[in-house]
Design a binder for this molecule. Structure first.
Ligand SMILES: Cc1ncc(COP(=O)(O)O)c(C=O)c1O
Length: 364
């Protein structure tokens, strides 16, 4: 007789739940959020949007936000699909495009998702929780984009979906637009999702034009990394016929009323502030890079995002000493390509100074 435990899906048994350590009062450089909170005026504008209609479900189509964002991105409203953060959309993509290929079915090959590794951890959990196989294709030895390895792996594996984060988390790697264009031309039977969560920090332009030109391409963006992580608003951009398939699996009220309204007012009235904060983080990134590189024993990987991946000896001990000194970074130190690695989000100038001082004393 089987027990409830036997009902747990086999691939989930070896997976840990996503753990977010809590360090109240610490300098938080562990989650790639924007270092800058909103101005008082922006906060007040958000508060003014709070509705008395909280006994009603949210607008299932996020109409006002959709119209505004579509105008700002230069797309049609039907070319957008909203998610409760882009995390949710990754799962919805698996739910919508998880059908085993006819050729694979004959060989007993399950549907799969392919992404460069090291990559964003939710790609793996989204795949596994939707009965798909996560396939990782290694980045180069210094975590650089490896076009040949990517194209070869896609040709060999014929995954249902490719998730390509550019800049990539946790490495900061940027994928050249020419590689993405090649992938789209060579593999029009694979859905390529270009994850642009950190685009605001890169000197690259969005691939939205590619998504509008190819039905097998979608762009994923989020408000989380540009100062609005608490709202949980992410969106997909793509051609109407592909977006319509994801809409079929989207929970109708996934974007709550407060988030819809707050996102709308912030994107409508506070774009200059959002852009200015991103610009400040980009200049701080340069200063932080110089500071980190000046510390003996710290290898800094190039990054076009709002964080750096660094390698140090005794990374876990350093992570713990930094936490004792009030700075929390993300520890990736475990056997494999990320051994010895910590990820550090670019903070405000004061936070970065504190981090550099703390790191200097930990390394002594
Ligand atoms: C590459 C990448 N994509 C997507 C996300 C998810 O962002 P959110 O769910 O906050 O929109 C993250 C968050 O860290 C990320 O690093």
């Amino acid at each position: 007789m089987s027990t409830w435990k036997d009902l747990i899906r086999t691939p989930l048994r070896s997976v840990q739940a996503y753990h977010v350590p809590s360090h109240p009062n610490a300098i938080k450089l562990d989650a790639n959020e924007s270092a800058y909170g909103l101005s008082r005026a922006a906060h007040e504008a958000v508060l003014a949007t709070v509705t008395r209609e909280l006994h009603r479900y949210p607008d299932a189509t996020s109409r006002a936000l959709r119209e505004l964002l579509a105008g700002q991105l230069g797309v049609d409203g039907s070319e957008l699909c909203f998610g409760n953060g882009s995390d949710e959309l990754l799962g919805l993509l698996c739910a919508a495009f998880g059908e085993p290929r006819a050729e694979g079915k004959k060989k007993g090959k399950p549907p799969s998702i392919l992404y460069p590794s090291p990559g964003f951890v939710v790609y793996q959990t989204a795949a596994v929780s939707h009965g798909m196989v996560p396939l990782e294709v290694p980045l180069g030895p210094a975590f650089e984009a490896d076009e040949a390895a990517l194209l070869e792996a896609v040709a060999r594996e014929q995954p249902n979906l490719v998730f390509l984060a550019t800049p990539n988390n946790p490495t900061g790697t940027v994928w050249p637009r020419s590689t993405i264009a090649k992938l789209l031309v060579q593999h029009d039977n694979v859905i390529t999702v270009v994850d642009e969560a950190y685009l605001a920090y890169a000197d690259a332009r969005s691939c939205i034009d590619l998504a509008l030109a190819h039905p097998h391409c979608l762009v994923l963006q989020t408000l989380s990394k540009i100062g609005m992580a608490g709202l949980r608003v992410g969106y997909l951009v793509g051609r109407r016929e592909v977006v319509a398939e994801v809409e079929k699996v989207r929970p109708p009220y996934n974007l709550n009323t407060l988030s819809q309204r707050a996102a709308e007012v912030l994107l409508r009235e506070y774009q200059p502030e959002i852009l200015a904060h991103a610009q400040e983080i980009k200049s701080e990134r340069l200063r932080l890079k110089t500071g980190l590189e000046s510390l003996a024993g710290v290898q800094v990987f190039p990054s076009d995002a709002n964080f750096f991946l660094v390698r140090v000896a005794n990374a876990t001990a350093i992570y713990e000493s930094l936490a004792e000194r009030g700075v929390v970074v993300r520890n990736f130190d475990r056997p494999g390509p990320l051994a010895g690695c910590l990820r550090i989000t670019v903070g405000t100038p004061e936070e970065n100074n504190w981090l550099l001082d703390a790191l200097r004393s930990c390394l002594r």
